[in-house]
Ligand binder design. Structure first.
Ligand code: 5GP
Length: 190
């Protein structure tokens, strides 16, 4: 196969299933690399430094902003998150497919820099279902969860900006849909 590198940006309101999707893709395909974001939020129990995120403090984050190291950064639910320029440039140089899992505002900024990026909006079946999933995940306090749900409502309004919209109802179907999108996009670049 002669694919040259490109970007796939998975975006969605928090709790819509982005993590399951990108982890599945990374397990299934060898030509993908994950763009590991930097964040100021605390590390969750099941997360690994340098795999899920790079965890840094606000001062370090601000220094990276000053040095222009982010292609985009955003304040999400009160914490800072940013995508490192260098990781993306290096990934594309290696002719790999670079996968990003970031929020809606960040995805829109990446699209401006890379208009050819394949953007996929993962939509929860409903806000009620999203709330259920967030509660089940149980990684946020009640207060944090309220913020995430409010932001989700906002983010849903932007879904038409993205090339593909996938409703994440039954996870197996969602994974199949995303695999089909990948196959199609690879085919278009052959
Ligand atoms: P979480 O704290 O649940 O891991 O992530 C919260 C939100 O921040 C999610 O929507 C996640 O996709 C988003 N996010 C993670 N990394 C980045 C990033 O580098 N930039 C932006 N804009 N959002 C990010």
């Amino acid at each position: 196969m002669s694919n040259s590198g490109f970007l796939i940006v998975i975006t969605a309101p928090s709790g819509s299933g982005k993590t399951t999707i990108y982890r599945h893709i990374l397990e299934k395909y060898t030509d993908f690399e994950y763009s590991v974001s930097y964040t100021t939020r605390r590390q969750r129990k099941d997360e690994i430094e340098g795999v899920d995120y790079f965890y840094i403090n606000r001062k370090e984050f601000e220094r990276m902003i000053e040095r222009g190291e982010f292609i985009e950064w955003a304040i999400v639910h009160g914490e800072l998150y940013g995508t490192e320029n260098k990781q993306i440039v290096d990934c594309l140089k290696r002719n790999k497919i670079c996968i990003l899992s970031i929020d809606v505002q960040g995805a829109i900024r990446v699209m401006k820099e890379y208009p050819d990026a394949v953007t996929i909006f993962i939509e929860p079946p409903s806000l009620e279902e999203l709330e259920k999933r967030l509660r089940k995940r149980g990684t946020e306090s009640e207060e944090e969860m309220k913020i995430r749900l409010m932001n989700a409502q906002n983010e849903l309004e932007y879904k038409s900006h993205f090339k593909y919209i996938v409703v994440n109802d039954i996870v197996e179907d969602t994974l199949k849909d995303v695999e089909n999108i990948i196959a199609r996009e690879k085919e278009l670049r052959r």
